[in-house]
Design a protein around this ligand. Structure first.
Ligand code: ATP
Ligand code: MG
Length: 297
C-alpha cells in the first residue's frame, strides 16, 4: 500500500493532512493516534467509503480512484460495527455472507477455526460475548480470502481476556501471510503485534517506524540525585548525553543504557553522588503520550 499526500477536508477541518506512508505486503501495520487523529477517515478513503480531497493511494498495487472494485475483491474490512442477524448462529451468519459474496461454504469451517468460534458456531449471534462478536466480524472480513485486511479498532470495548484473544487472532493472521492494517487505542496490544506503526495526530504523521526502533529511540536513563540543578548542568556538557529533561524530581537522560557507570563517574568527579539510577524503557503508551502531547506538555 502506498499512500501519497492524501488529504481529506471536512469544511475547515483537515481530518487527514497530506498523509504519506507505505505499508509492505505481509506486515501488520498499526495506526495509532488520539481521538480525531484521522485513523478512520484514512481507512475509509482506502476503502472508497470517502472521497479524498487531494492526493492518492495505491492499494494492492491498484489505484483507489480507478480500481476500487478490484481492490475490494481482495480486501476485507471492519470499519463500522458490522451487523449480523441476531437470531442466526455464527455459522449461519457466515453462510449468509458467503451466499452474498459468492464464496463457497467450505471456506466457513477453517474461518471458524481461525477465529476460535468452532465450538460456539451453532449458538445464536445474540448470545455471543462482545469478544466473540468481534472475532466473528474478523471472520466475516476474512471469508472471501482477502490479501489485505483493514480493521478499525477490532479490540475496541473488549475486556482484557477479549483483548488477549484478539491479539492471538492477529498473530494467527500474520502466520497466514496477509497484510493487516489495524487501528487501535489499545497501545499495549499494538506494541506486541505490529511490525511497524504510524502515530497520527490531527491528521498528520507524528512518527512512523518499526516498533522496536521507536522504543529503542525512547530509552532513557533515570537519575535520582539531591543536587538536581547542578547534576543537570554537568550532564548537559557531556557529549554522549543526547538530551536531558526533568520529570518529577528525576533527571531523564537520553543516553545509551551502557553509559550508566560513566554517568556515576562524571558526577562523582564533581563531588555529586546519585541516590539512584535505572534504565527506563518507555512503553509505547508513554511514547505515544509524549509525541502526541497527551501528557499535557
Ligand atoms: N463525516 C464527517 N464530517 C465531518 N467531520 C468529520 C467526519 N468524519 C470525521 N470527521 C472529523 O475528522 C477528524 C478525524 O476523524 P476520524 O474519525 O478519522 O478520527 P479517528 O482517528 O478515527 O478518531 P477515533 O479514535 O475517535 O476513532 C475529526 O476531527 C472528526 O471530527
Ligand atoms: Mg476512528
Amino acid at each position: 500500500m502506498d499512500i501519497s499526500d492524501l488529504s481529506k477536508a471536512y469544511g475547515n477541518t483537515l481530518a487527514v493532512d497530506h498523509l504519506s506512508l507505505r505499508v509492505q505486503s505481509g506486515e501488520i501495520f498499526g495506526f495509532l493516534g488520539p481521538n480525531g487523529a484521522g485513523k478512520t477517515t484514512t481507512m475509509r478513503m482506502l476503502l472508497g467509503l470517502v472521497r479524498p480531497t487531494s492526493g492518492n493511494a495505491r492499494v494492492l498495487e491498484m489505484d483507489i480512484k480507478t480500481d476500487l472494485p478490484k481492490i475490494l475483491d481482495r480486501t476485507g474490512s471492519i470499519i463500522e460495527n458490522p451487523t449480523f442477524y441476531p437470531y442466526l448462529s455464527g455459522r449461519d451468519n457466515l453462510r449468509a455472507i458467503a451466499r452474498l459474496t459468492g464464496t463457497p461454504y467450505d471456506r466457513i469451517p477453517p474461518i471458524l477455526d481461525l477465529v476460535d468460534l468452532t465450538s460456539s458456531a451453532g449458538r445464536k449471534f445474540k448470545t455471543y460475548s462482545l469478544g466473540m462478536k468481534q472475532r466473528l466480524a474478523v471472520g466475516a472480513a476474512m471469508l472471501h480470502g482477502p490479501d489485505l485486511l483493514i480493521l478499525d479498532e477490532p479490540a475496541n470495548g473488549l475486556d482484557p481476556a477479549g483483548i488477549v484473544e484478539m491479539r492471538d487472532l492477529m498473530k494467527r493472521l500474520r502466520g497466514e501471510g496477509r497484510t493487516v492494517l489495524i487501528s487501535s487505542h489499545v497501545l499495549h496490544e499494538i506494541e506486541q503485534i505490529c511490525d511497524r506503526i504510524v502515530i497520527l495526530n490531527r491528521g498528520r504523521v507524528v512518527v512512523q517506524g518499526r516498533v522496536s526502533d521507536l522504543l529503542g529511540a525512547s530509552e532513557a536513563l533515570e537519575v535520582r540525585i539531591a543536587q538536581i540543578d547542578e547534576a543537570q548542568r554537568i550532564l548537559e556538557a557531556v557529549p554522549w548525553v543526547r538530551g536531558i529533561r526533568r520529570d518529577s524530581g528525576r533527571l531523564l537522560l537520553d543516553a545509551p543504557p551502557e553509559c550508566a557507570s560513566d554517568v556515576t563517574q562524571v558526577l562523582a568527579e564533581q563531588g555529586l553522588y546519585l541516590s539512584g539510577m535505572r534504565p527506563q524503557e518507555r512503553s509505547l503508551e508513554q511514547y505515544f503520550l509524549d509525541v502526541t502531547g497527551g501528557n499535557g506538555q
